[in-house]
Design a protein around this ligand. Sequence first.
Ligand SMILES: [Zn+2]
Length: 370
Amino acid sequence: MEHVGKDDWQAFFFSAPNRALHARVASHLFEGCGDCLERAREVLAVTGGLEVADNRQALSILLHESALLKDETRKAEGNWVRLALLDEKTRDKTMMSRWRFKKLGLATYVLDEAERLLARGKRDKAKELVRISAAVTSCLPPRVYGLPLLADLKLRQETVLSNISRLSLDFMGALEALQRADKARHQGIDLVEKARFFRVQGMLLFDLGEFEEGAKAARARRLLHEEMHDLKCKGRALLQEAMILAQFDPVNGLARANQGLDLLKPSDCHPFVSGVFYKAYCLLKLGGVEDASKIVSDHRELVHQDADPGMELWFRYLDALILHSKGKTKDAEAILIYTALRFREEGLFLWHDGCSRHLLVDRLRAGLEN
Ligand SMILES: [Zn+2]
């Protein structure tokens, strides 16, 4: 196939959106032409600017920077507002029949919305939006966008769906969605999506008590962030590893917690505070009661100010473990009972990164027995 010419690159990135040109360039790049990929990176200065070492990731970024996809992204919010006003039946019919809605940018935007809703705890609404994103995706022509980009979209949809099911304590549904995601993972190219997959897989396996496999998933996530030179996400991934390793390998759990905390700041609130928690938790498991106690008291104010009520209760749980280690069993039990009651009262059955209700009581109990 013919190489992409200099004028074509200008048009591809900076002129009016052109589906035929996008399809031609995407298809050529997916065929693996290294020369053209290099030229495209130069045109966008991706090499210097974004320091993307991985060719697949560079390709994913380049295609999303095309005039076509940028235009779709710009119009996505407006198109979604039109669709959101319709009832379900009319909306589905409209999406399938009008070209203005058959856009990768719209499918991505709706998925972004789903994740925002999920972060606010609106799981049913988030699930509905993933379904809409998938419906839009099913109408997208692979010859325009390229199969790998559609696979990345599918990977993200199934991964988000898995996370929604996990948070709804539907573990079977979460595993099934993750299996579908895994199939798409091998066809996609975006490392960010692959990292998201491993993050959710790690959390799901943690919930299910499959700690060794969960730690492997968290490690795979960390290596992807390393490859992308994303230090903040790498810090978060290290803390996920620490969380899982803390259950069966506190020596390495402590090492990961320290490495993760080095990459984050106290202003990173939740991840930072959870890192402090796992550092103290691992120290405690390794017999370092005084060190754990100092870390907890050094960060008590930060936890009180910045952590959500669930995390604050977990720190109370640490207090109980520390008191228990110091031989103050009655005080430890009193705090433990208080903590368990508060978890129930607050409806905090789920914790951000893992522990679901049916595991919670066992964990609280096991903590004292260890
Ligand atoms: Zn070429």
